[in-house]
Design a protein around this ligand. Structure first.
Ligand code: ADE
Ligand code: ZN
Ligand code: ZN
Length: 237
């Protein structure tokens, strides 16, 4: 996701964590919000000292196949990254500065896990190589899902988060909180299959694509927020 998607997920998580978790996180983040911390992992990409974390934003494997940790790239992937963050945060011997760093990374990575194309195919770089025309602009399938549809909706992250929170029934939220990391990986993988099938290279897409697929984006954003809250409650609870 772009900044708006990540911030929406951070804000939704804030509304779904326990008081205890909220206090511990406020201490680690010096009262910075989860929404503000959610974009840190992208902001450090330009700094070559952090190059090693770039492959942790996504996990690619063949559709219809199980994820095989033994075939994982040596530099790691999204699943490796998430587990690393959780390990550091759960380890009572971790240094505070490491906890702060990996907490910010985790807030971002749980978001990325819910962008279907971050659980994509290596051959097209998660849809980045599938060129599209979005309204009058050149784009690509990955960017349409990270940014373009969310921009088209034309709301601030707080407005979108509030709309998603107030528009989602309690039982649905409870339902979304079920499962664990690998369940959510396969759910995203399954959605990625539909996303890949939704276009052909060089298609012109606009209103009807937004109408059909923005509800899926909204659903993934609320799931991301609720599940980030669950993971944080499990770590700090
Ligand atoms: N680069 C390679 N694969 C990618 C993916 N699935 N998402 C984002 N960037 C990528
Ligand atoms: Zn992306
Ligand atoms: Zn990312």
């Amino acid at each position: 996701w772009g900044p708006t998607g990540h911030r929406v997920i951070g804000k939704i998580a804030t509304e779904n964590i326990s008081g205890r978790t909220k206090r511990i996180i406020a201490g680690l983040l010096d009262n910075e919000s989860l929404a503000a911390a959610s974009t840190f992992a992208d902001e450090i990409k330009a700094d070559t000292r952090y190059k090693m974390f770039y492959p942790w934003h996504y996990v690619n494997f063949e559709p219809g196949q199980q994820y095989n940790p033994e075939k994982r790239p040596t530099e790691g992937d999204l699943i490796f990254g998430i587990n690393k963050c959780i390990d550091v945060l759960k380890n009572k011997n971790s240094k505070r500065e490491d906890k702060v760093f990996y907490l910010k990374m985790l807030i971002h990575f749980i978001g990325d896990l819910h962008q279907p194309l971050h659980v994509g195919k290596a051959e097209d770089q998660g849809g980045n190589l599938i060129k599209l025309h979005w309204f009058k602009e050149d784009s690509n399938l990955h960017k349409v899902w990270d940014i373009d549809m969310i921009e088209q909706y034309n709301m601030s992250y707080t407005e979108l988060a509030d709309e998603l929170i107030s528009g989602t029934p309690k039982d649905k939220i409870k339902n979304y909180r079920q499962g664990h990391i690998m369940d959510w990986v396969y759910e995203s993988k399954n959605l990625a299959g539909k996303v890949y099938a939704s276009v052909n290279d060089n298609d012109h897409i606009s209103y009807s694509y937004q109408y059909e697929y923005f509800p899926v984006v909204k659903d993934q954003l609320i799931k991301g927020g609720v599940r980030l809250a669950k993971i944080l409650d499990e770590i700090f609870g």
